[in-house]
Design a protein around this ligand. Sequence first.
Ligand code: AMP
Length: 222
Amino acid sequence: MAQFCLILFGPPGSGKGTQAALLRGRLGLAHISTGDMLRARIASGDDLGQEAAAYVNAGALVPDEVVNRMVEDRIQQADCERGFILDGYPRTVAQARLLGAMLKARGVRSLVVHLRVSYNEITARLSARRQCARCGSISNTSHGEFCVTCGSRMALRQDDRPEVVKQRLEAYEAQTKPVLEYFREAGVKIFEVEGGGRTPEAIAMEIEKAVEVDAGANVRTA
Ligand code: AMP
């Protein structure tokens, strides 16, 4: 059976991680977050982590070669057998090109979902967002100080501080938004989703329906 790749695309804070967490079990797909992978490497303090920290903490993109290699290795792991959700990748046209070649070589079908959220809402969301340093769960200040999954204290991500958010949004405008144009020119289907003003569950249902139509019997829907 052909693998399926759901590409969650959108600015920082548009809900990619939240949607991936809601959809992975329902669709039977692995969740691949390049941001989570980089944070794990930074926490481990290895060479790649030390190199990546300077970029991540400044709100800049990590070089394409580093991220491309990580994704190339990750999609070959056993839990990706049915397919995978990409959260935060590709973020540059060079990454999108490589991904396109990887998917083609492996006969993977894909769907791009573009989560649209206004910059005002993003800024408000990111200042209230909290993440568990131990298990990576995402929450916000209205849900208390402790992680509902593992009980650890929730913290503001280093790069969710307002001065870094500004840099991340600039990186999105300059380097990531052009990927949409690249997809369009390459004839890749883009499913546009309103990512603000309603519950994450309502958004997940809309995406699930689109996947069902696009992937047909290849993907399990709950
Ligand atoms: P995220 O958790 O997806 O918001 O990613 C956090 C940070 O990790 C980004 O601001 C970048 O510094 C880095 N990062 C994550 N994914 C990528 C990617 N595909 N390309 C380059 N840098 C990335």
